[in-house]
Design a protein around this ligand. Structure first.
Ligand SMILES: [Zn+2]
Length: 87
């Protein structure tokens, strides 16, 4: 018997933030999106747990993004639209 393990990247949409600003990249006035990107450890291609994750605010037009800390992300997110889960 052999074991197949690896890792898989994932992107999770955390929903809209109430951060309205001019995007530093495309200069459109946008509502930033909250996203979480990371990698999951997989066993037989089944994702088991998150090995690393980063939180970003992202421009929905050009996909420019900036990393933010978890407490900052929680304060940016529109209540009920999504939530930050630390795994
Ligand atoms: Zn942009």
């Amino acid at each position: 018997m052999f074991v197949i393990w690896g890792s898989k990247g994932f992107v999770e949409d955390l929903g809209k933030t109430h951060l309205e600003c001019e995007c530093p990249n495309c200069h459109n006035w946008v509502t930033m999106q909250g996203i979480k990107m990371g990698r999951k450890f997989t066993l037989f291609f089944i994702p088991l747990f998150t090995t690393s994750s980063e939180h970003f605010i992202a421009c929905p037009i050009c996909m420019w993004r900036e990393e933010v800390s978890i407490p900052k992300m929680e304060s940016y997110l529109v209540r009920g639209a999504g939530k930050v889960i630390e795994e």
